[in-house]
Design a protein around this ligand. Structure first.
Ligand code: NAD
Length: 357
């Protein structure tokens, strides 16, 4: 029998396709924006951002190309000055989660509308969540002003994403969906989206590793990323995201790679307490068990599989357990210090996850 549920859809307008970047001007017109500031990271992306700004002609307020990882408030303050000086009335975030984060931080402070042009599979564009760093401390908040108004997915913008980054970014997206399958706030619709998101990424990421310019595979991966990001926006996350948050914050580990390594182990930990959810994840992966399937997928993609290879000290396992248990997220399986130690030891060594827990 269908279980009772609450489903809260996201208000974001989504445009998906190939060559959809050409619709940016029309979308700005639709929301009545006259002076949009284009945000990007420095370097090669900046040149593309300038071309995008040029393509919208008089509706452009220029480019701010200072986005960096983890959304430090100092960068947001500098961007805010530019927003005010140029009287910008809309934000166009062109990039991965780092640029989306800057757009969100600015929208939180100004309530300006955001149009996101994602270039990775991180999924941040579909969520009302923002992580920021101030004085070395990361805080996360949720606010309706943070949720982007419009997302334009253009497959063309993802073709330059290097194969290795595509792999870990895609595994980061899969992590959202795996945790969405057992989330307390899940609905039949979020579960359908999560399962389809995992299936789409599991099928296309290996093809992208083999042929990064395969447009059909790129389209499937971006579609999966949209589904997984949408799940992240609609339900709460659990142990896996908590561990990655602690590991990233404490040892300054790279975001997507940390997710890639931890996910199979977090899945194994939760499998006994969330069997129907993990059976759906396994079905989407086309494997017998989800944890093993995720480990094998990461291996097939050539991703690093051991936390020690990211520079985490082995002595950090104890601190990670302590911090995780001190301020836990809800999780389908209660947190047990000894089992978490084992989980992290396996992830640190890069061993295959064991379902015994
Ligand atoms: P990122 O935005 O830092 O990009 C990773 C690297 O890839 C960068 O060097 C970037 O310049 C490069 N890159 C991006 N797109 C490219 C392209 N198409 N071609 C060539 N190079 C490209 O990484 P990310 O994984 O997308 O985002 C990570 C950040 O997003 C973290 O700070 C994380 O906390 C945040 N995040 C937030 C949410 C949320 O809901 N708030 C969700 C997921 C991730």
């Amino acid at each position: 029998m269908t279980q009772p549920f609450v489903h809260q859809p996201l208000p974001t307008r989504v445009i998906f396709g190939t060559g959809t970047l050409t619709q940016l001007g029309a979308e700005l017109e639709r929301i009545g924006a006259r002076r949009a500031l284009v945000l990007s990271t420095p370097g090669r992306a900046e040149a593309q951002a300038r071309a995008i700004a040029a393509s919208i002609g008089e509706r452009s307020a220029g480019v701010f190309a200072g986005a960096v990882m983890h959304t430090p408030v100092e960068v947001t303050e500098s961007a805010l000055t530019v927003v005010r000086e140029r009287a910008a009335d809309a934000l166009v975030a062109f990039g991965g989660g780092s640029v989306t984060g800057l757009g969100k931080a600015l929208a939180l402070r100004t309530d300006l509308p955001q149009i996101v042009l994602p270039t990775t599979y991180a999924g941040s564009e579909m969520t009302p969540v923002l992580g920021e760093v101030a004085a070395g401390t990361k805080t996360t908040r949720k606010d309706p002003r943070i949720q982007p108004e419009i997302v334009i997915y253009d497959v063309e913008l993802t073709l330059s994403l290097p194969a290795g980054v595509s792999a870990t970014s895609g595994m980061n997206a899969i992590a959202h969906a795996v945790e969405a399958l057992y989330a307390r706030e899940r609905s039949p619709l979020t579960s359908l989206m999560a399962e389809q998101g995992i299936a789409s990424l599991a099928e296309t990421l290996p093809r992208i590793i083999d042929r990064p310019q395969d447009r059909e595979a790129r389209a499937g991966a971006l579609y999966g990323a949209w589904l997984c990001g949408s799940c992240l926006g609609m339900v709460g996350m659990a142990l896996h995201h908590k561990l990655c948050h602690v590991l990233g914050g404490t040892f300054n580990l790279p975001h997507a790679e940390t997710h890639t390594i931890v996910l199979p182990h977090a899945a194994a930990y939760n499998t006994p307490a969330a069997e129907p959810a993990m059976a759906r994840a396994a079905r989407a992966l086309g494997t017998a068990d989800a944890a093993g399937g995720l480990y094998d997928l990461a291996g097939r993609l050539g991703a690093r599989q051991a936390l020690r290879d990211l520079g985490m000290p082995e002595s950090g396992i104890e601190e990670t357990v302590r911090r995780t248990m001190a301020d836990p997220y809800w999780n389908p399986r209660p947190l047990e210090a000894e089992a978490l130690r084992e989980l992290l030891a396996k992830a640190w060594h890069g061993e295959r996850p064991s379902l015994a827990g």
